[in-house]
Design a binder for this molecule. Sequence first.
Ligand SMILES: Nc1ncnc2c1ncn2[C@@H]1O[C@H](COP(=O)(O)OP(=O)(O)OP(=O)(O)O)[C@@H](O)[C@H]1O
Ligand SMILES: [Mg+2]
Length: 248
Amino acid sequence: MSCGKPDCLIHLENVWTTYEGAECPVIRDISFDIRAGEFVVIGGPNGAGKTTLLEAITGLLPIVRGSVTVCGMGVLNEATRARCSIGYVIQNFDFHPFTPYTVEEVVRMGRYGKIGWFRRETEEDVEAARDAMRTLRIDHLKDELIGKLSGGQQQKVLIAHNLAKKPSVLLLDEPYSNLDIRTRDEVSDILCRICDSGVPVMMVSHAFDSLPDRDIRVIVMQTGRLVLNTVSKPDNVANLIRSVPVAG
Ligand SMILES: Nc1ncnc2c1ncn2[C@@H]1O[C@H](COP(=O)(O)OP(=O)(O)OP(=O)(O)O)[C@@H](O)[C@H]1O
Ligand SMILES: [Mg+2]
């Protein structure tokens, strides 16, 4: 069910989800709304369910109870259309050194959902990919094989792949984990500009030194439950997350 407010782009209502074969639900009874242009940090200890939450929003996991809508579309019953609207930079990626794709090809693949099976790439698709590479400052790597790059460079390629998609919502799982401090600041500026354009950014992170200078919605997960959902200034985010008592 959609939340009905025009600027609500992500809506979770009493969501329970799990992994195939898992004995009990991994996240339980999560509800929240994310509006256009919000910057959201998801925190909480390892194993709390942060990645699982993002995967529930992308429709990659079965929803046992409750509902998730993105841009008014149910992520399970309108999966194909909903996924075209979602950018998702995954937490763990591992490109084999001989993966036979160049950086430019990987970024252009970000357009495939929009292009569909029976259409050719247009100039707009090619330009969207080039624009994303310029934004991430990886255009000089365009002909390199993705598997031969450093972890940080690969991370930038994955972010560019998702920017090329021009998503309506952008989810990132620990996007700073492989990035040097200067690149974190650059990526933070890019994410800030994306928010300014109205696209909500939801980021799982354990690093809070490169947050954009704007109000941040802080969501804290613990043992599969949402234990804090509030808005904070960036310099108080780490304190807020630390202040949540650890479940016994
Ligand atoms: N594929 C899977 N199958 C079964 N259980 C899983 C699977 N992936 C994760 N889990 C379980 O779900 C729970 C939440 O995992 P999740 O990856 O969402 O945690 P997280 O908060 O993202 O942790 P981290 O900060 O370490 O990335 C953990 O108890 C984990 O063991
Ligand atoms: Mg995780």
